[in-house]
Write a protein that binds this ligand. Sequence first.
Ligand code: GDP
Length: 443
Amino acid sequence: MFESLQDGLSSAFKTLRGQGKLSESNMRDGLKMVERSLLEADVSYEVVQTFMKNVTEVAVGEKVLKSLNPGQQVVGVVHEELIALMGPVDNSLHLRGKDEVSVLMMCGLQGSGKTTTCGKLGRMLKLAGRRPLLVAADLQRPAAIDQLHVLGEQLEIPVYSDRAQKDPVAVCNAAVQQAKKLGADVVILDTAGRLHIDDELMGQLTRIDKKCNPHQVLLVVDAMTGQDAVNSAKAFNEALELDGVVMTKLDGDARGGAALSVKQVTGVPIKFMGTGEHLDALEEFHADRMAGRILGQGDILSLVERAQREFDQDESAKLESDLAKGEFTFDSFKTAMRQMKRLGPMRKIMGMLPGMGKMLDVMGDADPEEDMRRLFGIIDSMTPDERKKPKLIDQSRRRRIAEGSGVEPSEVNELVKQFDAMAQMMTGMAGKNPRERMAMVRE
Ligand code: GDP
């Protein structure tokens, strides 16, 4: 996500920081580099012009130029401006109470990820204690109804469809009317998509909007389509008055031009973002956190929220209580690693940790998941006693474990050695909050 923009900005800042005191002309040269990175990231031309005007005004002002570290100050100015560019965002879906029925209308072009996002949103709402109902109102694409049913089954969320009904407005209306009877409190309408915007589609969506009075209308756009995504957001917003955008496929988008332009061009904020094909890959979009990610500062808050949502509560509680007693065994290690895996692929997690983005470059093709499988293999070849007391593992046990897990004895040795350091850190973390823990890891 945003890799090429991150690289461009970080080399601009490096040039600025490397110069100590800056003259106005040095500063302007550095800012030109910032401008170039934004344009290369496919941010809309007008957006870049306004952005640079605002940044330049502050950056060449006396307060920054005469400060002790003008290069560093510019990072702060760009950070603030990025937040202003993408925000403010109201992430709430403004759902009614659980005894009423709330309606979410999802629209977007074909292939944008609309149906997948309906599933992801349903999953998120279910985890938050809601009872969603997915409604198959995309009658354009015959496979769309089946696709939604498959998602519903996977997520154990009910799906409303009516294959005999040819009018999507009637399908949506019937679903909303029956929602209560079906035990649902949030109805998610998966409306029709098209390859291009046309009057027929807009007419259909406007009729659904009028008939069902959705509490929120969200547009799903594909980040990879760059400025086309921004233009389609503009057109949909003129017809429907969107409440927010869900920007999908940010995981594959190295440039970020659409994410940075859409709010300024359309006035509609990004409320959620899709960061992968899996159904758990949906996150709230926060302008300040995203600005931090773009500037390579990571996004601890989103990681912590993800952990609160995805971790197995019983496993976490047991681990915490063991740690509080100063107990950390290879079994606890496995539990901790299993929980980590729930957060998503290792590479994605590392991208959210401050300063770790660069580590990904260093890692090259290394596969952290494969490393973890090897570690689990080693631990599984230990006896329960060895897992509890790694000190028992002498040379002959080491050889036996290595044979059992198909690795070299030196790998077993390495793991046992690292384990002591890790045990110390983990028991030291017990009772600390996530921020304090992160500070320990970074020391
Ligand atoms: P629709 O035609 O708009 O309903 O699009 P679909 O929901 O069928 O999605 C089209 C393709 O995009 C599918 O292969 C999805 O798995 C994929 N997709 C959707 N959201 C994301 C995302 O956030 N990241 C990635 N990498 N793929 C996504």
